[in-house]
Design a protein around this ligand. Structure first.
Ligand code: FUB
Length: 594
């Protein structure tokens, strides 16, 4: 395989966090907030492109807006048997437990652009062609999708025109015919000197509703484009032009916006040509946090290299994917034989920055899942920058295959408080090794460590019991990480599941963070982690994670933070995994509660 590293930086260089992805070029951001994470759908500009040569779409996600997990490419041109090229700007929306991804591609039969729709059971896919043919096709591009409060869904798209259709509730068909939105100068601004395109509207609409007002954020007046917006009292207009959001800037002659609210903040995603080798066909997605003006209008937003501030911190005491990255230098990613992605093409001096890692009172060891068909090497765990204090060094052996995985562990000293972590890779020449995931251990549980015994399920069913009717067994065929997971069968009620007693481990009034990876053995139940707290003869139930739909096709992470409190004396407390309803058998892995 031949890959070009997009970026290699001098060790020690302090880096900002925009653009979001450094190891490939990305374009056309479409964010989606789902279950406490931001999922970011992008296109992928090929290295060295001299046109919009785009073959696949990519998915990224983050819980904190700075550390982004690479979920690879669950959708590409060949997903649509009728499409021939041009994996351009799309958007994903969730409905009825499914995720619908609308994309523009070239229809082979007509050699013109059409809109396809893919569907998946999770935000990271896999995605399949929902209907086996274009949903709509009139030679125009850039779909955006929006569901109004009354349940009516709308699909908008277009360049040079602006169209909409009313989608049916199934999200894969529509009623009526495609309707042209009048591109008036009152609605979309005045473009001078172009009689065939008198308004500023160019492409890339992003339609949503906020406080009763409908917003259409769009790329204006190619080339180069700036981002402007219009508002309307209804989903189909009439639109009023409101001005510029993001001026022309950044070395790409296109720009493309996506806007979401997350965790109480508002975020503006866009693209530019900021990476080395970047430009109009080698773009990169970036994000800025902003605040709407009190009257609902946008402030002017300019591109920065700092990006958005971190929301919270990253927990090093649960398994973290190596491909969860604030800034990567020299590395690439690929599909891992153990599921998800791994970091690869690691050479001497490459590094990964992980931002805002909350060590608390201190980490004592570092564990990483590694593989090498090269020469092996070392992972240097450094703080603050890639030449910063060295707090641990793990040796990576040659394992005999790039997907032949083993664990490496080393002592850590001096990692306290909240710091940026740099995993800096060292060794001989050429590709050294791959990394799939990593995890620190803390100073003996409590504040910094996992309160659960055998949370990674690498030690059979040790530490786990059944709440109600459930049969627990160790599973080695389907695992999230490592070599074991927990199979939970024979449930006869929704609350039945694997549990651990944590009575002696809780502090009244303290917040605990939970992470559980779950998949069903059949069905698509909503799973959740719960704490039962019995004090003074009364039992209360605290939901630790939102109930989240899981399926048999892949692992879903349930996460949440909850404050535990009780009155009087706590007589028993149990952590357990259950479902909102139903008795489907489950698989559970890599559980932490801390
Ligand atoms: O990425 C290809 C095209 O460039 C998109 O569809 C447009 O929005 C522009 O960003």
């Amino acid at each position: 395989m031949s890959l070009v590293c997009v970026l290699a930086l001098v060790p020690g260089t302090a880096r900002a966090d925009n653009p979001i992805v450094q190891h490939i070029y990305t374009a056309d951001p479409a964010p989606l907030v789902h279950n406490g994470r931001v999922y970011l759908y992008t296109g992928h500009d090929e290295d060295g492109s001299t046109y919009f040569t785009m073959k696949e779409w990519r998915v990224w996600s983050s819980a904190d807006m700075v550390n982004w997990t690479d979920h690879g490419s669950p959708l590409n041109i060949s997903t649509f048997s009728w499409a021939s090229a041009n994996a351009w700007a799309g958007q994903v929306i969730a409905r009825n437990g499914k995720f619908y991804w609308y994309v523009p591609v070239t229809n082979r039969a007509t050699n013109s652009m059409a809109i396809g729709v893919a569907v998946g059971d999770s935000p990271t896919g896999p995605f399949r062609d929902a209907i086996g043919r274009p949903l709509v096709g009139n030679g125009e591009i850039d779909p955006t999708v929006f569901i109004d409060d009354d349940g009516q869904a709308y699909l908008y798209w277009g360049n040079p025109n602006l169209w909409y259709v009313k989608l049916n509730a199934d999200m894969i068909s529509y009623s009526g015919s495609a309707t042209k939105i009048p591109l008036t100068t009152a609605g979309f601004g005045t473009r001078n000197g172009n009689a065939s395109r008198p308004t500023l509207y160019e492409e890339g609409p992003w339609v949503y509703k906020r406080n009763g007002t409908y917003y259409n954020v769009f790329a204006a007046e190619c080339c180069s484009e700036f981002i402007a917006y219009s508002t309307a009292p209804g989903p189909t207009g009439p639109w009023t032009y409101r001005g510029t959001i993001m001026p022309r800037q950044g070395g790409s002659f296109t720009n493309h916006a996506g806007v979401v609210d997350f965790n109480g903040g508002s975020y503006f995603f866009y693209h530019n040509g900021a990476l080395p080798g970047g430009g109009g066909y080698t773009r990169s997605v970036a994000v800025e946090k902003f605040t709407y003006n009190s009257n609902g209008t946008f402030p002017t937003i300019t591109m920065t290299t700092a990006g958005a501030p971190q929301v919270g911190t990253l927990n090093p005491y649960v398994r973290q994917e190596a491909e969860t990255i604030a800034w990567g230098s020299g590395i690439e990613t690929e599909v891992s034989s153990e599921g998800g992605m791994n970091v690869g093409w690691i050479e001497n001096g490459d590094y990964i920055k992980v931002k805002g890692v909350a060590f608390g009172a201190g980490a004592t060891s570092f564990n990483a899942r590694v593989a090498s068909a090269g020469s092996g090497g070392r992972i240097e765990v450094r703080l603050d920058n890639s030449n910063g204090p060295l707090v641990g060094t793990c040796t990576v052996p040659v394992t005999g295959g790039w997907q032949t995985w083993t664990n490496t562990t080393c002592a850590v000293s001096g990692a306290t408080g909240t710091r940026d972590v740099f995993l800096r890779f060292a060794g001989g020449s050429g590709n050294l090794f791959n990394v799939n995931w990593w995890q620190f251990s803390g100073t003996g549980g409590g504040v910094d460590g996992n309160l659960l015994t055998n949370g990674n399920l690498e030690n059979g069913t040790t530490g786990w019991g059944a709440l109600g009717a459930a049969t627990l067994s160790s599973n080695t065929a389907v695992v999230h990480g490592g070599a074991g997971s927990l199979s939970v069968t024979g449930r006869t009620a929704a609350w039945n599941g694997p549990s651990q007693d944590v009575t002696s481990k809780l502090t009244n009034g303290k917040s605990y963070t939970t992470s559980v990876w779950v998949r069903s053995q059949s069905g698509t139940p909503a799973a959740k982690a719960t704490l039962s707290l019995t004090a003074n003869g009364t039992t209360n139930y605290l939901q630790l994670t939102p109930a989240t739909g899981v399926n048999a096709n892949g692992w879903t992470q349930l996460t949440g933070t909850a404050t535990v409190s009780w009155s009087g004396t706590l007589s028993s407390a149990g952590f357990y995994v259950e479902t909102a309803e139903g008795t489907d058998s489950l698989l559970v892995d890599d559980v932490s509660f801390q």
